[in-house]
Design a protein around this ligand. Structure first.
Ligand SMILES: [Mn+2]
Length: 308
């Protein structure tokens, strides 16, 4: 049983260049405004907030788009930002703190995971409506937030480009939970990969707890650390309307809390729960900041909040 780290390091990653729609760059502000630090202090966990990693603003983009292509929009900016995030996350880990990264679109996961490179073997639970497993060739949009899991696992095209791959992550230690919107070629690639995918149908049939139990086995098998990447579009839009790319048919409020509470308690019995990121909160599409509030609540559930 590993001891929970006593200090959380909050790192904002206000990135929206990996997405088609503007707005998720305001996610870190919205989650801070929703009382993130107070929520953790109430749990007896001290919460250091280092502010945000530098991200070019949308309005600046006309001056910074050299190197972008239709297949990989804003790749140079996304890659540079991920390098900065990697440094911030690695500093937190070295200081013995728990990095909590606030997105931003899901492209930032490549930076977060890169910063967890002190772990020899890292498992990842990826909660998402989407596969995020496109490559520059298969992506219908060229938006990098739909390619970040493929980037982390070093799918061939990314490996050839020499960026993003995390050498300490094996596909067999990755669990994708909640998928319900996957592109055709992406589906083939996921089927051929060693990633364990739990679709919404699996959750319907087996129940969320059973799925999470299984996923914990996948991500802790031979690993010395587990990272949880939580895309808020995993939830149904009736619960989480303020997300970058909403898709009907997601998990309920109760299922989401059950999953977070369960994994928070049980990952630590098998491995080191070493990182959490909350991505794709879009305040422009939100209602009275409720999606950001939900993100904060779910993070607290994952990191130890219990009713009794
Ligand atoms: Mn995603």
């Amino acid at each position: 049983m590993r001891i929970m780290k006593e200090t959380i390091r909050v790192i904002g990653a206000p990135m929206d260049l990996g997405a088609d729609r503007r707005g998720v760059d305001m996610g870190p502000s919205a989650m801070r405004y929703a009382g993130l630090a107070d929520e953790f202090e109430a749990l007896g966990i001290s919460c250091l907030d280092d502010g945000n990693v530098l991200v070019p603003q949308t309005k600046q983009r006309k001056w910074i788009t050299s190197g972008t292509t239709d297949d990989t929009k804003h790749l140079p900016e996304v890659a540079a930002m991920c390098e900065r995030l990697e440094v911030a996350v690695a500093e937190a880990v070295e200081a013995g703190e728990f990095p909590l990264v606030l997105g931003g679109d899901h492209s930032i996961a490549m930076g977060t995971v890169g910063g967890l490179n002190q772990y020899d073997s890292l498992g990842i639970i990826w909660f998402d409506a989407h596969g995020d497993f496109n490559t520059p060739t298969t992506s219908p949009s060229g938006d990098i937030h739909g390619m970040s899991l493929a980037g982390i696992l070093g799918e061939d095209e990314f490996a050839d480009a020499g960026w993003a791959k995390a050498s300490n992550v094996a596909a067999e230690n990755v669990a994708l939970i909640g998928a319900r919107s996957v592109d055709d070629e992406e589906r083939e690639a996921l089927r051929e990969s060693d990633i364990t995918v739990y679709t919404m149908s699996d959750i319907d049939e087996r129940g969320i707890t059973d799925v999470v139990v299984d996923a914990i086995d996948v991500v802790t098998d031979g690993t010395d650390g587990v990272h949880v990447s939580l895309d808020l579009d995993w939830l149904d839009p009736t619960e989480a309307p303020g997300v970058g790319t909403p898709v009907q048919g997601g998990v309920s409020y109760r299922e989401a809390h059950a999953a977070m509470e369960f994994l928070g308690r049980h990952i630590r019995q098998e491995s080191d729960f070493c990182g959490l990121e909350l991505v794709e909160v879009n305040p422009i599409l939100d209602e009275q900041n409720r999606t950001a509030e939900l993100a904060v609540e779910l993070a607290a559930s994952a990191l130890g909040k219990q009713t009794l």
